[in-house]
Design a protein. Structure first.
Length: 103
């Protein structure tokens, strides 16, 4: 049985080169608009329990606002200390301007 797609936002809600915090069930999810492409990761940093939606995007990476560890937004891979544990990424689908996540 495949997992259902869930509507979480409008594409227009996610600022260009910015983030938007949304929920997928009980999970906080950070949406990213990278040059018009919407991506999604779990919102909570694996190192310090900070919201990545409050972080800074640079070169396809999100920097945690708490300890400046960084993750690759597309893969979720931890790329800078003190972050060593990867974050979950979500499959995104856009339909008629609506952001849908599978989870």
């Amino acid at each position: 049985m495949s997992e259902a797609w869930t509507r979480v936002a409008q594409v227009s809600d996610v600022p260009e080169d910015g983030t938007l915090l949304v929920s997928l069930g009980d999970d906080p999810v950070c949406l990213y608009n990278i040059g018009g492409r919407i991506l999604a990761t779990h919102d909570t940093c694996t190192h310090g329990q900070a919201s990545l939606a409050d972080g800074f995007i640079e070169n396809g990476e999100i920097e945690c606002p708490l300890h400046q560890g960084r993750f690759n937004i597309e893969t979720g891979k931890a790329v800078s200390v003190p972050c060593t544990e990867d974050i979950r990424t979500y499959t995104v689908k856009i339909e008629n301007g609506v952001v849908l996540l599978k989870g």
